[in-house]
Structures are given as structure tokens and as C-alpha cells.
Design a protein around this ligand. Structure first.
Ligand code: DAV
Length: 358
């Protein structure tokens, strides 16, 4: 009998966190303009992407975010969590496939987008953005190391990302009244950050980077032990579920009240915690996200939660709800589109596969 716990082991968002990958910001590159960005990104930065795709982000912004990321790592370590980092990779190099070219890549700042850990398995996401095609390079040495230590390692079908995957008519029809997506069903694609894990039940939203085929691929890959549930929210520009709902502990769901108008039936027996409005000021630079990145918190266990230091309304609500709040400055990192949940992927949480729904 071997009772050493698996090196990779995580079934939900709240079991005690033992090891985590935290992204790196060096080498972050402005992604080139594409219909998938048009569908999801704040309008005011369109010109930046159109004019500067493939160039590095300004050094001052990178170094401010880097300092916060490093401090975040120290906080995690002081809470007893082992922190691993991807390789610092410079993404400002053009590349091409037989069908398309990209002016450059993007970044390795958000491991939550690209890696999905379910149980003892790490799954590489088949991502829809051409600028993210080679992002996995930054994680390769970590993945090899976890594999050598016993992890199961797999990847979604390598996508072709040909023009047929994209809906280039996105947003062109002013009479379009139903939600449309910038991607088609031409081949399976997903970002890991569209999924949230609650033991045997996994929740996902279809989005501008995750299509039905991608969801179906993952369901068949995981098999009947897991049930994937597709949720829909009041979000006209969906990309990544973790600024919309966040399961904080068994029976506790933090929700974005602008996007969650009806509680998904499965969560009816849970305590619903409506997040207060974000405290992010209007002048805050946010290239890739709405202000609701405020709720993108990270649970260290069912009580301890890492929250942005300036989010005073959220901090006081979380305290009232009985959580132990750990503060960290992260506004300069937020500029790059994520917060603590996005910037991490849990490798090991102490716990086993359970069911949290009747
Ligand atoms: O406003 O929902 C979330 C981005 C997380 N990567 C939003 C953006």
C-alpha cells in the first residue's frame, strides 16, 4: 500500500491548498487584434491591440505587476503553500501555422486559463486565441516534472485555429438580439478558466473561447465519474467564469449580482453570497477585464481567502460571512486581466473526490 498523496490532487476550489502554480508577467506581449478580442475585451483598448500587437507591454506596467505577483507568492508561502512558477518566456516573436500567422503570443501570467487540474490529472486546454497557441511552452518543464512525479498529463485535441473556427461576422448585425459568439463549433476548444470544480460536479459556461464541442470533449474525457453542467449568465461577452460565480466552500457561492439574475437550480440549497460592487476606480487601467475581476479570489481552505487589499466592501462582506481574509495588493496585476484565481492553478489540495449536491 502506497499512502503518499499524489503530487497532483485537486477536486474543488476550497480544500486546503498545498501546492500552486503562480504565473509570471515578464515577457507579456500585446496580443494582436482578432474577432475573439473584439467579442470580449474593453472597447477602449481596441486601438492598442490593433496598432501594437506583437510588442511587449510597457516595462513600467510589467515591473509594477511583477512586484505584486512576487509579494503574492510570499504571502502564499507564509501561509504554508508551495509555490511553483512557469518559465519566464518572451512572447514577442511572430509565428505561423500552415494556415495563419500571428504577430506574437501573449503571456504566462494566468495559469488558470490554460491548465485544468481534475483529481490527479493536468489537462492542457485547446485554446481559441491564436496568440495563445504556444503559451504552453512556459509550463513545459513544470508539466514534465509533475509527470515524472506521477501526475497524469493530457491535452485537449490540438486545435487548428483555421478561419472556420471564427465567426468573423460577430457584432456586425445590429438586429442580432440573441447572444452570439466569436467562435463556431468547427472543432473543440476551451479555456480552463471557463470551468469551476465542485467535486463530482464541474460547472462551465459556453463562451467566446469555449464551445459546445470543447465541453463535450472534456465530458467524454473525464468519463461518468464527473458531470459537467453548462450554466448561462447575463453576460453578453462571456470569457472565463471566475468573475461571475466563485464557489468559496461547500454550500457557499459568491455571485456577481449583475450577471447572476437567477440562481442555477443546482445551487438552490447553497448560501448565495451576492458580491458588493467592485471598488476599482474608473481611472484604473484594465486591458482585458471588467471591474468584476474584484471577485476573482483564491481560497486557501474553506475559511482563508486572498482578496485585493483595496476591495473594502468585499472584504467586509467576506468577514461578515465568516471568512478569514488575507489581503494582498494586486491592482497593477489586475491591469493584465486577472486576479488571484486567474493567476494561479492549484496543483494539490488536501482532500478527496466528493459530491456536494443532493
Ligand atoms: O469580466 O468576466 C474575467 C477574466 C478572467 N480571466 C470578466 C473577465
Amino acid at each position: 500500500m502506497n499512502d503518499t498523496p499524489p503530487i497532483v490532487n485537486s477536486f474543488n476550489e476550497w480544500d486546503p491548498l498545498e501546492e500552486v502554480i503562480v504565473g509570471v508577467i515578464e515577457g507579456s506581449t500585446i496580443p494582436e487584434w482578432h474577432v475573439t478580442l473584439e467579442a470580449t475585451m474593453p472597447k477602449e483598448h481596441q486601438n492598442l491591440f490593433r496598432q501594437n500587437g506583437g510588442k511587449l507591454f510597457p516595462e513600467s506596467q510589467i515591473s509594477a505587476a511583477k512586484k505584486e505577483l512576487d509579494d503574492f507568492c510570499h504571502i502564499l508561502e507564509s501561509e504554508g503553500v508551495t509555490v511553483r512558477r512557469p518559465d519566464s518566456t518572451y512572447f514577442n516573436k511572430p509565428y505561423s501555422s500552415p494556415e495563419w500567422t500571428a504577430q506574437g503570443g501573449f503571456y504566462a501570467a494566468m495559469p488558470r486559463d490554460i491548465l485544468l487540474v481534475i483529481g490527479n490529472e493536468i489537462i492542457e486546454s485547446p485554446m481559441a486565441w491564436r496568440s495563445r497557441y504556444f503559451e504552453i511552452v512556459a509550463y513545459r518543464s513544470l508539466l514534465k516534472d509533475y509527470f515524472e512525479k506521477g501526475a497524469k498529463w493530457s491535452a485537449g485535441p490540438k486545435p487548428l485555429l483555421s478561419d472556420r473556427l471564427y465567426n468573423y461576422d460577430y457584432g456586425k448585425d445590429p438586429n442580432q438580439d440573441k447572444l452570439e459568439y466569436a467562435i463556431t463549433e468547427h472543432e473543440p476548444v476551451f479555456d480552463a478558466a471557463d470551468f469551476l470544480r465542485c467535486g463530482k460536479d464541474v460547472f462551465v459556461q459556453q463562451s467566446n473561447v469555449t464551445n459546445r464541442l470543447g465541453i463535450e470533449w472534456l465530458q467524454r474525457h473525464l468519463g461518468s465519474t464527473y458531470r459537467i453542467h453548462t450554466l448561462q449568465f447575463e453576460d453578453q461577452h462571456p470569457m472565463h467564469i471566475d468573475a461571475t460565480i466563485m464557489p468559496l466552500a461547500p454550500g457557499k457561492l459568491l455571485i456577481n449580482p449583475d450577471r447572476v439574475k437567477e440562481i442555477p437550480p443546482m445551487f438552490k440549497g447553497w448560501d448565495i453570497l451576492p458580491a458588493p460592487r467592485p471598488a476599482i476606480p474608473d481611472e484604473q487601467l484594465l486591458y482585458f477585464t471588467s471591474k468584476w475581476i474584484s471577485i476573482n479570489v483564491l481560497m486557501l481552505d474553506e475559511k482563508r481567502v486572498i482578496v485585493e487589499k483595496n476591495e473594502l466592501p468585499l472584504i467586509s462582506s467576506l468577514k461578515q460571512w465568516g471568512f478569514k481574509v488575507i489581503l494582498c495588493s494586486f491592482r497593477n496585476f489586475n491591469t493584465f486581466g486577472g486576479s488571484f484565481h486567474c493567476a494561479t492553478v492549484d496543483i494539490r489540495r488536501r482532500g478527496t473526490l466528493q459530491s456536494y449536491f443532493d
